[in-house]
Ligand binder design. Structure first.
Ligand code: BG6
Length: 506
């Protein structure tokens, strides 16, 4: 049931503008939302309903997948939007909000459901939750759900505190913690590909897989987020959440049922099996951290991290990190998971590469040729697809063997018009499907893992490498794999000279 009043805190902010209004509009256009909904935009600055609807229109024009014109359809959509200026410390304001919510509920026949979306700084989550209760907004005949954005804390103690504040008001099952990577089409496809194809499961273990590589590379610097980022760094900004979540999706056991709790239980088991680093020597041996200096990105000179706005000129915050992670269970014992992420790298891409063990080297073909291992690659972002790399005879040659790729390019099939992560996640939250939201125990375990690394890095301050913007990060990250006899596979396309077979959907 998606009938709901969306109460959107942070309605004039960037997230609302870029992601949330366009997502609501797409859901409406695709008839996933129906007509029994209302959106109340909440922020401090004064705005009339008309001004607010104008802002929403502009954001949809700029960022939505669907074109919008100021016609009848737009008018009937915009009618569902209202704005209220609110001081989040003022309980009286929340009481007024409660009355406005009831009025809109009645007008659009919503039936009592409330979805509170906090696109706000996490320090405010506790206060807002309390005032929602004090203002009477939770006294309703329908459901009430809280959707919150990352960062969920700075470390385990701060996350625990935040969680305790929220849980004084909301039950765990009503808290929807967003990790927008879990809303991405290809991240959700990991489970489908693994569990809906009989050929993969028998191979999905340490007997056949030599290593797994997860790369989240970005070309952007810290942009205008220097203030937040300098306090956070790559490990907290991407590692604790997106990267460990993707790792869990790759490593988890098949769930006994497809219910959100069963799926999340399996992810928790992966987090519990992570091999924790015992001391700073282990952290040093298994992680690499770096910070970008000035460099050249596609012919354009860009400043170094320490010259970015709102960044401390002596900052030792990492803008890059790589790690070798082990999942100590029967399936994965001995298989390294290499993860890396960084800002100001040469391309924007998210890819997961599964490298299979090579054929035994005393078998006749591998005696004569240097065979490349098979790779299964999930291309998550911005291009979506899957490709599989194998060895084949070069046509017309005298037995030469070349790597070829079977490439299923999903973006080529559906265009770049696949639903945005936020569309899926908003829709899921409104219909009560929490599968792709992070449960508290996952968040807590991920912090525990990351806190060990952060603590060792603090002690070991000379471990920060630098890398020029526009390069693939510190050389030490190449070494990390070379020590094990591996290398990072090139991302964003195939190696040169490779033959590609395209797959078309039937
Ligand atoms: C966010 C991080 O969670 O993810 C950003 O805070 C990062 O620093 C972003 O740029 C990347 O998301 P995407 O979807 O563009 O890969």
């Amino acid at each position: 049931m998606t009938n709901t009043v969306f109460l959107l805190f942070g309605a004039t902010g960037d997230l609302a503008r870029r992601k949330l209004y366009p997502a609501i509009y797409s859901l409406y256009r695709e008839r996933k939302l129906g007509d029994r909904f209302a959106v109340i935009g909440l922020a401090r600055r004064p705005r009339t309903n008309d001004q607010f609807r104008e802002d929403v229109l502009e954001s949809i024009k700029e960022f939505a997948r669907y074109n919008v014109t100021r016609d009848e359809q737009w008018e009937s959509f915009a009618e569902h939007f209202e704005y209220m200026s609110l001081d989040i410390n003022d309980v009286e304001g929340f009481k007024e909000l409660s009355r406005a919510t009831q009025r809109l509920d009645k007008k659009f026949d919503v039936g009592g459901n409330r979805l509170f979306y906090l696109a706000l700084a996490p320090e405010l989550f506790g206060n807002v939750s309390h005032n929602l209760k004090a203002g009477g907004l939770l006294e309703t005949s329908g459901w009430t759900r809280l959707v919150i954005e990352k960062p969920f804390g700075y470390d385990l103690p701060s996350a625990e505190k935040l969680n305790a504040e929220i849980r004084e008001v909301f039950e765990e099952q009503d808290v929807y913690r967003i990790d927008h990577y879990l809303g991405k089409e290809m991240v959700q496809n990991i489970n489908v590909l693994r569990f809906a194809n009989a050929i993969f499961e028998p191979l999905w273990n340490n007997k056949y897989i030599s290593n797994i590589q997860i790369t989240l590379s970005e070309t952007v610097g810290v942009e205008e987020r220097g203030g937040y980022y300098d306090h956070s760094g790559a490990l907290r900004d991407m590692g604790q959440n997106h990267m460990l979540q993707m790792l869990a999706m790759m490593a988890m056991e098949p769930p006994s049922r497809l219910s959100p709790e069963d799926i999340r239980d399996e992810k928790v088991k992966v987090f519990r099996s992570l091999r924790w680093f015992q001391d700073s020597a282990e952290v040093r041996a298994n992680t690499v951290r770096g910070q970008y200096t000035a460099g050249n990105m596609k012919g354009k000179q860009v400043p170094g991290y320490r010259q970015e706005e709102s960044v401390d000129q002596q900052s030792t915050t990492e803008t890059y990190f790589a790690a070798r992670v082990f999942v100590d269970n029967f399936r994965w014992a001995g298989v390294p998971f290499y993860i890396r992420t960084g800002k100001r790298l040469p391309v924007k891409t998210t890819e997961v590469v599964v490298e299979f063990k090579n054929v035994p080297n005393n078998v006749y073909l591998s005696k004569k040729h240097k065979l490349e291992p098979n790779l299964l690659v999930f291309r998550v972002n911005p291009m979506e697809g899957i490709y599989f790399k194998m060895n084949a005879k070069q046509p017309g040659s005298d037995g030469a063997i070349v790597p070829v790729a079977m490439d299923f390019c999903q973006s080529c099939q559906v265009g770049l018009n696949t639903p945005e992560a936020y569309e899926r996640l908003l829709h899921d939250a409104a219909r009560g499907d929490s599968t792709y939201f992070t449960r508290w125990d996952e968040v807590a375990l991920a912090w525990q893992y990351v806190d060990k690394i952060a603590a060792a890095w603090r002690e070991d301050s000379d471990n920060l490498h630098s890398y020029p913007a526009g390069t693939w990060g510190p050389e030490a990250a190449q070494q990390l794999l070379a020590e094990d006899g591996f290398r990072w596979w090139p991302v964003n396309g195939q190696d040169e000279g490779e033959v590609t077979w395209e797959f078309t959907q039937r």
